[in-house]
Design a protein around this ligand. Structure first.
Ligand code: PHE
Length: 359
């Protein structure tokens, strides 16, 4: 019996080693340890041996079974690794191949413009904040010092939504100024944020869309004054429009949430019906701004005798149209690939101050 076991071991081990794949290995397992397998049969033969040697033979058989099982497991692992290696070899990608930019699509002018804004204001120390598109009357109007019957509420062509259970009217935010409130109520000054995002007003023609984009800016600390506002926005206009000597004019205006309030115009010329940015004797309004009203600072739980700063807001779609000479706003939101191919940007060439904002 022991001789027979030795011979079986030798044969089975050879079979295990020569199994070429996982399926072949499985048949070896069945042939050795299955119901009618060689080792199983030897086990069944135990009952016919003399009782004196049965114990020894039984132990030897168990060892044989363990050895075969261990060899099967080992072989299974190495076959598995080999199979994975083979698969990895057939599935390699050559990472040194150049990318074909055509296949990547185009970056929408709004995405490009937002990225440019982030680069310019990022270099001035601003970080990006966000807020919800659907907000309540408090964040959109109340906290921003619009009184109950303030005429400016009507000027916003607001989309109203069903009120909250407590009666608070809900709106699609009409400006990103909501995030001034959200930030001041949450963050202890110093604050220096820009807020790019979607805004909504019931208005629609070649230069107005019911959904459009704004970027808000907010600086709050203990020392920031009107001079900082002017320096910051003059630098921004010249960097964004890439005209070093671009004339920038500050004109008195009114917003409930800033005092004083100003609107910013940039120089342009309209000679021959063509709009050209630069010193051409004409002016073009591009943004609203001002020193944050003490009431707004107080409404956010901050002390207006201690904290002060400025805010600004501008239309992203509008400055994108101006910079990239896009005549009509409506196709911005038509998802027309022909338009995007013409006005879009190569996604592998992101704007940076060092590398150039746009090419
Ligand atoms: N929220 C104003 C608007 O939508 C713009 C603005 C923002 C003006 C911040 C001043 C300060 O017209």
């Amino acid at each position: 019996m022991l001789d027979q076991m030795e011979a079986t071991r030798g044969e089975l081990m050879k079979l295990v080693d020569s199994a070429a794949d996982l399926a072949a290995l499985e048949s070896v397992r069945v042939a050795a340890l299955g119901k009618k397998g060689r080792v199983t049969q030897l086990m069944q033969g135990l009952k016919d041996i003399a009782p004196e040697t049965r114990r020894e033979a039984g132990q030897a058989l168990n060892r044989l079974k363990d050895e075969i099982e261990a060899a099967l497991t080992k072989r299974k692992e190495s076959l598995g690794e080999a199979a994975l290696d083979a698969r990895l070899k057939t599935e390699t990608a050559d990472l040194t191949l150049p990318v074909r930019p055509g296949g990547l699509g185009r970056l929408h002018p709004i995405s490009q413009t937002i990225e440019e804004l982030v680069q310019i204001f990022g270099a001035m120390g601003f970080s990006v904040a966000e807020g919800p598109d659907i907000d309540d009357d408090f964040h959109n109007f109340g906290a921003l010092n619009f009184g109950e019957d303030h005429p400016a509420r009507q000027m916003h062509d607001t989309f109203y939504l069903p009120p909250k259970p407590d009666g608070m009217p809900m709106v699609l935010r009409t400006h990103t100024s909501t995030v001034q409130i959200r930030t001041m109520m949450k963050v202890k000054p110093p604050i220096r944020i820009i807020v790019p995002g979607r805004t909504f007003r019931s208005d629609s023609d070649a230069t107005h869309s019911p959904m459009f984009h704004q970027v808000e800016g907010l600086v709050i600390d203990e020392t920031t004054h009107m001079g900082h506002l002017k320096g910051c926005l003059i630098d921004f206009c010249r960097a964004f429009f890439q005209v070093d000597d671009l004339p920038v004019r500050f004109r008195p205006s009114y917003f409930p949430f800033t005092e004083p309030s100003v609107e910013v115009d940039i120089g342009c010329s309209r000679k021959g019906g063509e709009l050209k940015l630069g010193s051409g004797g004409d002016w073009l309004e591009i943004l609203g701004c001002g020193m944050v009203h003490p009431n707004v600072i107080r409404n956010c739980g901050l002390d207006p005798t201690r904290y002060q700063g400025f805010a600004f807001g501008m239309g992203i779609d509008r400055i994108a149209m101006l910079k990239y000479a896009i005549p009509d706003l409506r196709p911005f939101f038509d998802a027309d690939l022909r338009w995007l191919k013409h006005y879009g940007f190569v996604p592998l060439d992101p704007p940076s101050l060092a590398g150039g904002l746009s090419r």
